[in-house]
Design a protein around this ligand. Structure first.
Ligand code: GCU
Length: 593
């Protein structure tokens, strides 16, 4: 597992966001020869053509060149290409980006890294014609060291991106959300000292309320370093030594700690000094654990009043990737009286997590192991383990994250059970403090058609048993909710990780008329009454906060490429069902005071 440098945003950096030249390369001419063998040609050669176009004219018209990156043809980064260029709305293919930037001064004692927040789906990255590497997975961050390749003056960063779906990918061929392609999150150039802290963990020790566990890894030539950790507000200052491999793992008691909670999302400024350089972060401390069918936050029983969210701005369309969009989406969840959000179906951008930390929203964080994954493909498993690792490594110090979800609606079977078990083992190896779950499926007992249950071997591996159910929408009409009984044998907490139905915002009619807001409102009322009957229920997350684009939703005049199960419409308007959930959660909030 290559080292993941999680601390880069804590060092000084330069944003590479903004206009990036692009070229649509539908037949991958710049990447494959005409027999399909990789040639990586365009990525390696922008430097040769750097002058070619740089001042806007052809320097050597006789030279054979059939491509070029020109400033007039550019995309905004961060941002999916689908929402920026009409011709790319449905585009699934290959596209080249090129960012030319100046480095005013190259410091001989510093190290340089380029970090991408996410690129969907696969990216090959080149700097000044040198290939830095490849990243697979559209929703997790990655970085490359560029110290030996970056130059003082002009640099050219070229990225080949493909968002073509494939059976062996994660997610695989079928998904109920838009396959937004491109450099969808921030890109930054960071400078670090020659020896620096590449990763650290600082959290409450599992099950403790006043014992912190501190782990750190040094990167560089001299790995044995004195590390200073301080939390000024608590008057804490401690020194440690890393071992010969540059690692330390210590725990120590701390007093007067105010624990993080939705009611009081307390974040402390933490300072870490390594080799003379101090980095800071804002960290909350809380404990989360399961006892029987109860979920305890800081030792107190909690009910997770949640909602599912896709990483999409319904009003603008396209990937949401700014702090303002995070505040809009999570602000809507707060208006719904939520203390919990299920960030579906993939890791969201870091702004969402940082804002949830600040606002006091507990987070279900998920990797896109969704529906029909290629379970018996070893490279698919490796891909899943890598995306899980990248997700946990980025957010393991965020108090708001309490659940690592490993899958959504996957069919039990030997290969799938083994695949998910390996993911669960990796999650626990990386983070013993958080809960493991997955969105499973319910079914009815064969001898009692109105008795619903969950029976899934993977539930044994989960701390919390979660499942999606659509009684009243895909499964009967809303009145069926009053007939369904629930029998779930696990002595574990239950979360309903999805329920709901579509309504076209602004379409009104009788509550018996599907696609109206009145139908959706009645469906929610019936579901809420039914959910109250599940004894081990400890959380609910209706599907979904806001309408979102999906290529699977094709009903003319009603869906037209949108999944309209949102409690909020594509225009950002609250539907009638929004108030049903808000009242239910207000009632629960009072009950759990
Ligand atoms: C599924 C799935 C979602 C999908 C939803 C729906 O449960 O998890 O991704 O959008 O149902 O059908 O709307």
């Amino acid at each position: 597992m290559s080292s993941i440098i999680t601390t880069l945003p804590r060092y000084s950096g330069t944003s590479l966001n903004g206009k990036w030249c692009y070229l649509v390369d539908q037949l991958d001419t710049g990447y494959l020869d005409h027999f399909g063998a990789p040639i990586d040609e365009w990525g390696r050669n922008d430097t040769q053509r750097f002058a070619y176009f740089f001042d806007g004219h052809l320097e050597n018209p006789s030279e054979w060149v059939e491509y070029g990156f020109v400033e007039e043809r550019s995309l905004d980064v961060p941002g999916d290409w689908n929402s920026q260029v009409k011709e790319l709305f449905y585009y699934e293919g290959n596209l080249w980006y090129c960012k030319r930037f100046d480095l005013n001064k190259k410091d001989p004692v510093k190290r340089y890294f380029v970090q991408f927040g996410a690129v969907n789906y696969k990216s090959d990255v080149y700097l000044n014609g040198k290939k830095l590497g490849v990243h697979v997975g559209g929703y997790t961050g990655f970085s490359f060291e560029v110290t030996e390749y970056i130059k003082e003056g002009k640099n050219s960063l070229v990225v080949h991106v493909t968002n073509v779906r494939a059976k062996q990918n994660i997610p695989t061929l079928n998904q109920d959300w838009w396959n937004y392609g491109g450099i969808t999150r921030d890109v930054n150039l960071y400078e670090t000292p020659a020896v620096f802290a590449e990763d650290f963990t600082l959290q409450l020790k599992n099950g403790e309320k006043s014992v912190l566990e501190f782990a750190l890894k040094v990167n560089g030539t001299s790995l044995e370093q004195k590390i200073k950790l301080s939390i000024p507000e608590l008057g804490l200052e401690k020194e440690f030594l890393t071992d010969k491999s540059g690692k330390l793992k210590e725990s120590f008691t701390i007093s007067d700690l105010t624990l993080w909670s939705p009611e009081n999302p307390k974040l402390y400024s933490v300072e870490i000094t390594c080799a003379g350089k101090t980095i800071t972060d804002r960290i909350g401390f809380r404990s989360i654990k399961v006892i029987g069918t109860d979920i305890l936050l800081n030792g107190k029983s909690v009910f997770l009043r949640g909602v599912c969210i896709h990483e999409e701005n319904p009003i603008k369309g396209g990937r949401a990737n700014t702090v303002e969009e995070a505040r809009m989406l999570l602000g809507w969840a707060k208006e719904l009286n939520c203390n919990f959000v299920r960030l579906a179906h993939y890791p969201h951008n870091e702004q969402m997590i940082r804002v949830a930390d600040e606002m006091g929203l507990l987070v279900w964080s998920e990797i896109p192991v969704y529906w029909g994954i290629n379970w018996d493909n070893p490279s698919t498993l490796e891909n899943g383990l890598t995306q899980l690792t990248e997700n946990i490594m980025r957010d393991k110090n965020r108090a708001c994250v309490i659940i690592w979800s490993l899958a959504n609606e996957t069919v039990p079977g030997e290969a799938r059970n083994s695949f998910l078990s390996k993911l669960a083992d990796r999650a626990r190896e990386l983070d013993s403090t958080r809960l493991i779950s997955a969105a499973l499926e319910k079914h009815y007992l064969s001898d009692s058609p109105d008795t619903a249950t969950v029976e899934d071997p993977f539930a044994e591996k989960c701390d919390v048993v979660s499942f999606n159910q659509y009684v009243g929408w895909y499964d009967g009409l809303p009145e069926k909710c009053s007939r369904v009984k629930w029998e779930i044998k696990y002595n574990k907490p239950i979360i309903i990780s999805e329920f709901g139905g579509d309504a076209l915002g602004g379409k009104h009619g009788k509550q018996s008329e599907r696609w109206t807001e009145e139908f959706q409102e009645e469906l929610y009322k019936q579901n809420v009454s039914m959910l109250k009957k599940i004894p081990q229920l400890r959380g609910t997350a209706p599907w979904i906060l806001a309408d979102f684009r999906s290529p699977k939703r094709l009903l003319p005049y009603i869906l037209d490429g949108w999944n309209r199960k949102g409690l909020i419409s594509q225009q950002g308007e609250k539907k009638l069902a929004f108030n049903v959930m808000r009242s239910f959660y207000k009632e629960l909030e009072t009950q759990y005071k």
